[in-house]
Design a protein around this ligand. Sequence first.
Ligand code: 13P
Ligand code: SF4
Length: 303
Amino acid sequence: WATMADDVDAIGRLKRERNAVILAHNYMTPEIFHGVSDIVGDSLALAREATSVEADVIVLAGVHFMAETAKLLNPTRTVLLPDLRSGCSLAESITPADVRELRRLHPGVPVVTYVNTSAAVKAESDICCTSGNAVAVIESLGVPEVIMIPDQFLAANVARQTGVRVITHPGACEVHERFTPADIRQIRDDHPGVTVLAHPECPPAVLDEADYAGSTAQMVAFVAARQPERVALITECSMSDNVAQQFPDIDFVRPCNLCPHMKRNTLGTIRHALETMTHQVTVQPDVAERARLAVDRMLAVGN
Ligand code: 13P
Ligand code: SF4
């Protein structure tokens, strides 16, 4: 059995040999997040950073749609996903045919697609968004109604914030849909004075009980700016573990639901990816071209 230190050393050596960088989502475990990553962030930050990577190889320590997005944005790099089974319940909830059907039913209504989708679904869309810029993207369109897919809860939450009507799709994140308003009330009872930050993939009734809603990066920014004494991050488990290391004086209550897809990334699978140069994520050129337009439009909104 390789020890954790062996894996960290080997990954460092392989990164130099392969001229590779590791882009890691905020839901990676601390040994990946703090131990071997070069760039960390939320979905928006990882997409932005992917555009300017100059290394030959990008290891995407995250899930499949993130690797596809990195490939779209920087097509001459080799993009590796440590485990091809790292999916996402949102991405799996919708197909390109579903998007075409929504367009047929609602002609002329723009399609705003969460980045948590396949490149093929993005290719059918007008513009993408992440949880960090969804409000800015919707407001940039200046229209009274949008088709916002595939996360029914993110769509409902953004509709409430913007006043724009949304037609959506019955997708949900299997991690965030499980939190309930009762969970938040229990946390407040058990941990007096706690500041509750919830991810907008949670149901609207959960956000009603929270003090703040934002993407994973926005949660970190909130904690850094306000330095509350006690915090509960209503999101995936590793998030609190990572942020707690950065803010040792803050008491982190750790309610959590685990994302099995994110957890397919381990030091072992990352090392294996670099040793074997697998699994390379590619996107068909015609799909990539159309999907990239939707992602580029999102990045141009600038939030
Ligand atoms: P963000 O990091 O963009 O908030 O996304 C959360 C998530 O669930 C990604 O899969
Ligand atoms: Fe998908 Fe939710 Fe896992 Fe993120 S946390 S990859 S949205 S299932």
